[in-house]
Design a protein around this ligand. Structure first.
Ligand SMILES: *Cc1c(COP(=O)(O)O)cnc(C)c1O
Length: 344
């Protein structure tokens, strides 16, 4: 009833808000099988009052984008990585695995159906895709659900940085996002619930987000809010944390390869919060912003400035340009990462 029409949008002035679109994809797991899946119109889902998704955290999600190319076609970027990660998340929370083909086909079906909502090439805006799954049906004791709902909804989102990449300030905190052996590697809804209080505290103190340190010693960098961290050393190494409690970011694994391509030496390693001096530049990586330059990190009341608090560094800009040009189909995809969405 209230679903948006393509003509409702000013593509150059989109933020990161939910807009109800006419269709979404849903599939239902019951009696040990997934339904074929179909496009549905109702944005509301019927959830059982005793659903494990409500009570016991059987609730996972993904996030990726559809990109309009110059030739009018539409790209997905490494959706197979999201499909595989989705099933690793499902396995960690003992939820029903979803065939990876069905995951990718669902994305394609949603994008094809909603193709007029994929913002035009050049606006920097994209169609954000949100696959998710939760346990449904009556379960009182703590054990996995017999029923699951899988959905992919879509909403147009604006370019994160409209006036070019801008550094922001981060701060360490005593809170942990996830534990070693916990659910940090899963894109579990509960991890986000746990991050809201520290995130809010950082925002109220004027920072864009929290630097989570390792949950055991609080010595090593884990994540920046809900993004992975990278630093580029003065001697040309692209370093990103290696830890059992961080979320394996598709953007991170892509930038590890792009970094090598542009002439950096890329490595996953432990990064001490006391060793920030080795870095010439730093950034946060994730689908939403691709790269957010890190201007500074404040730790124990001391502010460490990287390249600049106001300007993006040259390596960071180069990595951003190369990755976004691949996503939008502007440069030859030598990595084989983009997937064309058939539109008819
Ligand atoms: C989703 C997410 C990221 C970014 O992953 P991408 O696949 O690059 O979008 C990083 N950290 C956390 C905690 C996340 O949930």
């Amino acid at each position: 009833m209230t679903a948006a029409q393509p003509s409702d949008f000013n593509w150059n002035d989109l933020g990161f808000e939910y807009h109800e679109l006419p269709k979404r994809y849903r599939a239902y797991f019951k009696d040990d099988v997934w339904s074929a899946g179909a496009l549905e119109t109702d944005p509301e889902i019927k959830v059982h009052e005793a659903a494990t998704g409500l009570h016991y955290g059987q609730n996972i999600f993904e996030g990726l984008k559809a990109y309009r190319r110059k030739d009018g076609g539409i790209n997905l970027f490494r959706p197979d990585m999201n499909a595989a990660r989705f099933n690793r998340s499902a396995a960690r929370l003992l939820m029903a695995p979803l065939p990876e083909d069905q995951f990718v086909d669902a994305l394609k079906a949603v994008v094809k159906e909603l193709q007029d909502f994929v913002p035009p090439y050049g606006s920097g805006a994209t169609l954000y895709l949100r696959p998710f799954m939760f346990g449904n049906g009556p379960v009182v004791g703590v054990h996995p659900a017999d029923e699951y709902v899988f959905e992919v909804y879509a909403t147009p989102v604006g370019a994160y940085y409209k006036g070019g990449l801008t550094p922001t300030a981060y701060v360490t905190d005593q809170f942990d996002r996830a534990a070693y052996g916990g659910t940090g590697q899963a894109k579990a809804a509960g991890n986000y619930g746990a991050s809201m209080l520290p995130g809010d505290r950082a925002h109220r103190n004027g920072f864009s987000d929290v630097v989570y340190l390792d949950p055991r010693e609080h010595k090593y960098i884990e994540e920046l809010g809900s993004a992975n961290f990278f630093g580029i050393t003065k001697d040309g190494r692209f370093l990103t944390p290696k830890s059992p409690s961080i979320l394996p970011s598709v953007t991170k694994y892509s930038l590890l390869e792009v970094a090598e391509e542009v002439g950096l030496k890329a490595e996953e390693t432990v990064i001490s919060i006391e060793d920030l001096d080795v870095f010439a530049e730093a950034g946060a990586m994730g689908t939403a912003a691709v790269i957010s330059p890190v201007g500074s990190i404040t730790h124990n009341g001391e502010k460490h400035v990287f390249y600049s608090e106001t300007e993006v560094g040259p390596w960071t800009q180069k990595l951003y340009d190369r990755l976004t040009s691949l996503q939008f189909g502007d440069s030859a995809d030598t990595f084989g990462w983009t997937v064309d969405v058939p539109l008819d």
